[in-house]
Design a protein around this ligand. Structure first.
Ligand code: DGY
Length: 332
């Protein structure tokens, strides 16, 4: 009698040709339509699974794995993993992996583009033109803020933050950053970025960009007080997670002209967007696509598949998935 093959659940439609690599080792239960799975549905899908490939759409925590006695690995297709209760999963012996590095450059490209679109009012100008409002060239219409020669403030100076800094150097920007830990001097030199405290970053930035990991501890970090520190001519761009910003306070600041513009790729209640933000012209809104080039999304799935195969003890890296998230420190 041959032993049953391990089973894996794939929570969303990804790229079939890449996901098919899982079939070499496992029986695969692949979701065919984009799904907003209820928590109970996730628990049910995991109950008989040995492993799972999930995305930021799929929250997995203690409740979802309580009855999943065979589950040994969860591979997240994304670098951010705030959809997972990592400590609870690890406490149950489940290996958790993510997909860093492969999306760094694409995401930095997009962050820079979003910042530029907000500063130069690109989507607002396009709406205005399509609306038939362009009835003659006017010297003073749709004036924006310069990127070149301005001060960039990067909050979160990991791989993507550093990627943005490298792009900004080409635009002659002065670069400030704030991070949990100050970077080694040679990295600061390479990025041409100076470390400043949180308050200085927001007070001095002409363009602030958020690129830090999200957790319950930094929810609404960018609140009315932080926004009040910013120059009224400044822009704020978020490609990290929506929960970092108090969106009501941001809408107030944008509506009152206390902040010039914002570029938002992420929202607290995705896919729902605060109706006040939808109604404002001085905010560029995109549906969480910063890592969304075809090549990068394929690379992310490929890496997650490799991680899952390795975490479940197969393939060249058996038992040593490249991107295992280190063990969370459990509260005493
Ligand atoms: C990530 O990887 O965390 C992105 O937000 C989703 O692509």
């Amino acid at each position: 009698m041959t032993a049953a093959r391990p089973r894996v659940w794939v929570s969303q439609p990804l790229f079939d040709d890449i996901v098919a690599r899982l079939e070499t080792h496992f029986d695969v239960d692949a979701t065919r339509e984009v799904a907003d799975h209820a928590p109970e549905r996730i628990a049910e899908a995991l109950r008989e699974a040995d492993g799972a490939l999930v995305t930021l759409n799929d929250p997995v925590g203690a409740a979802q794995v309580a009855a999943a006695s065979r589950l040994r690995a969860i591979a997240n297709v994304g670098v951010g993993y705030n959809n997972l209760e990592v400590a609870a999963l690890q406490a149950q012996g489940i290996v958790v992996t993510n997909t860093p590095d492969v999306l760094t450059e694409t995401t930095a490209d997009f962050g820079f583009a979003l910042m530029m679109a907000a500063a130069r009012r690109i989507t607002e100008a396009e709406r205005w033109l399509r609306d038939g409002q362009w009835r003659g060239w006017s010297f003073k219409s749709l004036l924006g803020a310069d990127i070149h020669g301005s001060t960039l403030g990067i909050l979160g100076m990991g791989r993507i933050g550093q990627g943005i800094a490298k792009r900004a150097a080409g635009f002659g920007m002065r670069m400030l950053y704030h991070n949990r830990h100050r970077l080694p001097e040679e990295v600061e030199r390479e990025c041409r970025a100076s470390y400043v405290d949180y308050e200085t970053l927001f007070a001095q930035a002409d363009h602030a960009v958020l690129v830090l990991p999200y957790s319950a501890q930094n929810r609404h970090l960018i609140d009315a007080a932080t926004l009040a520190r910013m120059k009224p001519t400044a822009t704020l761009t978020n490609i990290a997670r929506g929960g970092l910003i108090d969106e009501a306070a941001l809408a107030d600041a944008l509506a009152a002209g206390r902040l010039a513009a914002a570029g938002l790729d992420v929202f607290e209640g995705e896919p729902n967007v605060d109706p006040r933000l939808l109604a404002l012209d001085n905010v560029v809104l995109t549906p969480h696509i910063a890592s969304g080039s075809l090549a990068t999304r394929r690379a992310m799935v490929s890496l997650a598949v490799d991680n899952l195969i390795a975490a479940l003890g197969f393939g060249p890296d058996a038992g040593k998935p490249r991107n295992a998230i280190p063990h969370a420190v459990l509260p005493r």
